[in-house]
Design a binder for this molecule. Sequence first.
Ligand SMILES: *Cc1c(COP(=O)(O)O)cnc(C)c1O
Length: 722
Amino acid sequence: MDKELPTLDTRSLPSRIERLRELAYNLWWSWHEESQALYSLLDPLLWEETGHNPVALLRRIEPGKLDAAVADVAYLANYDKVFRSFDFYMSESDTWFAMTYPDIKTHTVAYFSTEFGLHESLPLYAGGLGVLSGDHTKEASDLGIPFIGVGLLYHMGYFTQKINDEGWQEDVYSELDPEDRPVKPVLLQDGRPACVSLDLGSLQVTCTLWKVQVGRVPIYLLDTALDSSLPDLTSDIPRLYGGSHLTRLLQEILLGIGGVKALRLLDIDPQVWHMNEGHSSFLTLELIHEHVAKGVPVEQATELVKDSTVFTTHTPVPAGLDMFDLDLLAPYFQPLWEGIGITSEQMIDFGRQDIGWGEKFSMPRLALQLSGLRNGVSKLHGQVSRDLFQSVWPERKIDEVPIFHITNGVHAQTWLAPQIMSLFDQYVGRDWVYYMDDPAIWDAIDAIPDQVLWDTRQEIKIDLLRFLRHQARIRWASGETTPLHIAWSGTLFTHNVLTIGFARRFATYKRATLLFHDFQRLQRIVGSPERPVQFVFAGKAHPQDHGGKTLIQELCQRALDPRLGGHIAFLEDYDMNVARYLVRGVDVWLNNPRRPREASGTSGQKAALNGIPNLSVLDGWWAEGYNGRNGWAIGDGHEFWAEHEEDRADAEAFYHVLETEVIPLYYQRNDAGLPQAWLMRVREAIKSAMPYFSTRRMVKEYTERMYVPSIRHRGQREMAIT
Ligand SMILES: *Cc1c(COP(=O)(O)O)cnc(C)c1O
């Protein structure tokens, strides 16, 4: 980035629109479309070029364009309107939390996560886990939960995906300049930068802190570009999932232990510590250490930590569990175990896991043993987790393992198309935003006329197709690409063809290429002259996942097969921007993982909110979300011993439901030329998803079942001890 540019702090803005600076640093704008227009309208091309980034845009914009805005009455009217609602939001005192729990509204929940997916302009996420943390944080702000996030500021973020002309994924890392992002350095009272130092025995590190403001909620980020006594050892820490096991260990130490120290430095004393996945669970050891340092005996300290700590697991398969070799840990924990007054073996006991051919230190195990309340992320995943982690409670039956479930949801205003939100405004009432988890209000969806609903869905699909062509055109104009590339980019797509979307990480168990199982059958389906079908795919493979990259290549190459008629597309560089187009714009959302490996899956929920029926294996959230009317099931949910059996059966079920139900329903039109029966599915998708599969229901559930009980219970125990 250009070092000559002024920082946004020093750049002068016309006083009439001076508050654009303040709003650029509050991601509230990311879920209020009309506020994004304040930036995009200033300079639409620059808005594109900066990747929808208000901070970067304001640093670069020509002064003349700012002056033009000041002279534009319509712009100013929108500006004033946006700031009225922003000020109202920020000063609201009767939030859901304040009204429901007036006695504990000054308590604090600290939420730790390695990733936060808030917006594409702040690339601190790789996929589902991060987007969930971002959605959770936005909802915590909307509900007025006294909440703060803790994470890491990666300077290299996650990679950008480029597909070369062979269809092979290239991973491009670029440096993130914090001056260009909505993050501010955290300063102490005396104006010095806040610094956290960790004594890790053989390694000393010091890092600064950054803050991201998300509506009413701050997220504190530890800087991964740190001062280190062993720079070679720590050089990969700025990369998200880009390094060795050791790098990962150091990142998790920084998050867990460094995160606790950061909050202390800022004088923050959370009553609840929420570990979103086991990556942050070293925080429990640091908390024990704190109690011991105040003279509490270890056993009692451990109990106190359990009372204030809650844990969410996301991993349904043993191979996905986050574990470290014992000798990898040893060099960095001596000060901690000595500080607690235990031996290294006793410390390792907290996470010790027998893996059959030796022992490892398991982060989820540490989190399970040292948390008071624990959950999986869908009903089915709750069961799977009780089974997976039964060995932590060997004396209990599987059904009695103390892990319950809170099904994931998505932040509605982040993922809903503006066109769908205006239908809600009109037919459900403008206050749907406040009552969205009340199923009764959604009956009003039936009042939307077929024609209006269909036109809206088509309009959003056309937005998606325009985006596909736009991306292809940028690629083409860059001169770095060949015609082949243009052919698999969806440029041959048509808006009146049934369009099926599939986007997620390219892990092999997600089986992105299942549709090619019987090529001729697929060819008949997509190439039907009367009732064709087109498929659009997107997703990144993990940098070290050769199998996943091979799947992407297979897809791109298949997409070029003339027999498939240009009906298959692969959209490059799946991120939150690409995701928004896809989950809003397609007709059907497809998901066909090997069951039960999908803990929840949230992209299908984003699609459902927008009136897109799901076509999915009964795994993750769909095992409870499918009601027979809001989409279709692939298979009947039974499990297979052999993977090839499962693939064969699921492919057969997929073709069958597509041929006999999805396609006929989509192309069946009434006298008015409308697919009336299809639109019933569209309505049902919205009606079943809005009240239940949004973060509104989810974060209320976290509050009621985890945060509040742990605040109240801890209060009681502390009274008993003192
Ligand atoms: C929602 C989302 C995901 C997670 O989707 P899954 O269905 O859980 O795989 C991943 N990446 C991005 C960019 C998303 O928006």
